[in-house]
Design a protein around this ligand. Structure first.
Ligand SMILES: [Ca+2]
Ligand SMILES: [Ca+2]
Length: 293
């Protein structure tokens, strides 16, 4: 009976250990603190019969909601005499996943003007998205970052992106999809960030206009993923333990094989020294994380 008792106690310890590990895995690596998220469009059309103007349409999520938010806006303005006019649409999907990732799944906006003709019709409009999220990293983290940003018929300066540490004089990362027609694509950017306060910012719009016939239009979009990891968490399960030893060795010795065996993870947490470089000098840091003094 004693043996059975010990077995039950051992089982209990294992169960409690599993619960503790589950709690650790749920830790938030990103804590959002403030945001400006907006989709918007504007259309104006005028002719000799007067003005038909939809004005500005803006949609924003509640200020304290940082989760995935999806919202479209549509609008149009029409010249009354000849039927020409302006259409716009903008849509937005993105936000914080509640754990370790900030993303914009699909952001697409377009503005187009056409039709019309004598006597006189002029129309103009724009559509776009603003994404600005401030957040705290409660502890040192590594990150992977990929994005596509661009479009056509964009007013100056074009699409703008930056990642900055609050209070720092220069952004950590910045990019520009220069007006009027440009697309930039970045994949697998990696680095390490110390615990602190940060902000991610995107601002992109497109516009179109015509006077008395003709027409034109444009569109733009953003596809963006920023994911954070605990340094040393090479199997990306949310905590660091002996299960990370083999993938850590693999990340240092055979990146291609690491990607095959851990397709949902990233090698960035192999940087255990915090210098945004992955090499042999990270072994000491990994041991230090695994077995702190
Ligand atoms: Ca792990
Ligand atoms: Ca390093």
């Amino acid at each position: 009976m004693q043996a059975r008792g010990r077995s039950l106690v051992s089982t209990g310890v294992v169960v409690l250990g599993s619960l503790a590990l589950s709690a650790a895995a749920a830790a938030q690596l990103i804590i959002p603190t403030a945001q400006v998220r907006k989709v918007y469009g504007q259309a104006t059309a005028t002719d000799g019969a007067g003005t038909d103007d939809t004005g500005l349409i803006e949609h924003e999520p509640p200020p304290d909601f940082f989760g995935i938010w999806t919202d479209p806006v549509f609008g149009a303005a029409t010249c009354q005499q000849d039927g020409g006019g302006m259409n716009f649409s903008a849509s937005y999907t993105g936000g914080w996943d509640g754990l370790d990732t900030i993303s914009i799944g699909t952001g697409l906006s377009s503005a187009s003007a056409g039709g019309g003709g004598p006597p006189t019709c002029s129309a103009s409009g724009l559509a776009g998205q603003i994404f600005q999220m401030s957040f705290t990293l409660p502890q040192n983290a590594t990150y992977s970052l990929s994005y596509l940003m661009g479009g056509n018929s964009m007013p100056p300066p074009g699409g703008v992106f930056y990642l900055t540490q609050m209070g720092a004089p220069e952004p950590i990362l910045e990019d520009l999809a220069a007006a009027p027609d440009n697309t930039v694509v970045q994949s697998n950017i990696r680095g390490s960030l110390p615990a602190g306060d940060y902000q991610i910012n995107f601002d992109i719009r497109t516009e179109a206009s015509f006077v008395n016939g003709g027409g034109g239009g444009g569109g733009n979009g953003i596809n963006f993923t920023f994911r954070t990891y605990l340094p040393g968490d090479l199997n990306c399960d949310g905590f660091v333990d002996l299960g990370d030893l083999d993938p850590f060795v693999l990340a240092l010795t055979d990146i291609a094989e690491y990607d095959v065996q851990y397709p949902d993870c990233d090698i960035s947490p192999a940087d255990c020294s915090g210098d945004s470089v992955i090499n042999g000098s990270d072994i000491e840091g990994f041991v230090q994380i695994l077995l702190p003094d």
